[in-house]
Design a protein around this ligand. Structure first.
Ligand code: FE2
Length: 270
């Protein structure tokens, strides 16, 4: 058995362009990176907001083991019943007690005698005033460590400062803290001093000919006029954004973290 677990995490799938590119390329990315475990944030996969049962099952067929969410996990009410019965479909665990669904889980890694804990947490700065993610993390980490030291956290948050603070708060206690929600990948993937792999935001999987996945013209109009205009998801320049992490199975520390962006951004016209 290898002493490392390769975990591939794919950032927020936005609408049909995001679904379409994962259908085309996810299986080959899994193979290329020898991913043992695949986590996908799917909170915007259904028409740019929310998720439905068909998409959940489609993502499982493509290789996802766990699907995480965020502030849009509850956007489509038809998923509520399903959320109560699928422990691999997560929503942020710091929603108040009684909200539908699960916020964390401990999962068997297929083909290995290993377990990995996955936690979905949400920030509060410029977002809904839900329960404290820091104190909630204390509780859930202790709970998961009864079963495994391998712990992957999707921190779905708006403010970069809150995300950095959360990464430092969990350094050495979890394997990876990977940020989602802003749909824009950050260039700060690194391993913190106590061994936690960290990135502020992995970015979105969707159409980059857009403003965070939504139609450019509508978005510009909303900023200029400061009035509501119905959003529609954008098309064109589809990319997958995520992060590949390798976790030392003997101690749960991250040994490698690398952004995965496909196709890569063009930075020159030369
Ligand atoms: Fe979000």
């Amino acid at each position: 058995m290898s002493d490392q677990l390769n975990v591939l995490f794919i950032g927020d799938i936005v609408a049909d362009p995001g679904l379409s590119i994962v259908q085309t390329f996810l299986p080959s990315l899994i193979k290329k990176h020898s991913a043992d475990f695949v986590i996908i944030n799917g909170e915007n996969s259904h028409e740019g907001m929310g998720i439905n049962e068909d998409i959940v099952k489609q993502l499982y067929r493509l290789g996802a083991h766990v699907i995480t969410g965020g502030n849009h996990s509850f956007a489509k009410w038809k998923i509520y019943q399903y959320m109560r019965n699928d422990k691999n479909l997560l929503r942020p665990m710091n929603y108040p007690s009684g909200a539908h669904g699960y916020g964390y889980g401990v999962y068997e890694v297929p083909g290995k005698k290993l377990k990995i804990g996955v936690v979905n947490m949400q920030g509060r700065t410029f977002m809904q005033p839900i329960d404290d993610p820091f104190r909630t993390a204390d509780w859930v980490i202790d709970r998961i460590k009864e079963e495994t030291d391998l712990i992957f956290v999707d921190f779905h948050a708006e403010a970069t400062a809150e995300k950095q603070a959360f990464g430092w708060y969990l350094d050495g206690r979890v394997s990876v803290v990977a940020g989602t929600h802003t749909h824009t990948p950050t260039n700060d993937a690194r391993i913190l001093p106590q061994g936690t792999g960290y990135i502020t935001d992995v970015g979105m999987t969707g159409a980059f000919n857009s403003v965070i996945g939504m139609d450019r013209d509508t978005s510009i109009k909303r900023f200029i006029l400061q009035t509501p205009h119905k959003y529609s998801s954008a098309t064109g320049d589809n990319r997958i954004c995520g992060v590949l992490t390798k976790i030392n199975v003997s101690n749960g520390k991250c040994s490698y973290i690398e952004p995965v962006i496909y196709p890569e951004f063009k930075t020159s016209n030369e």
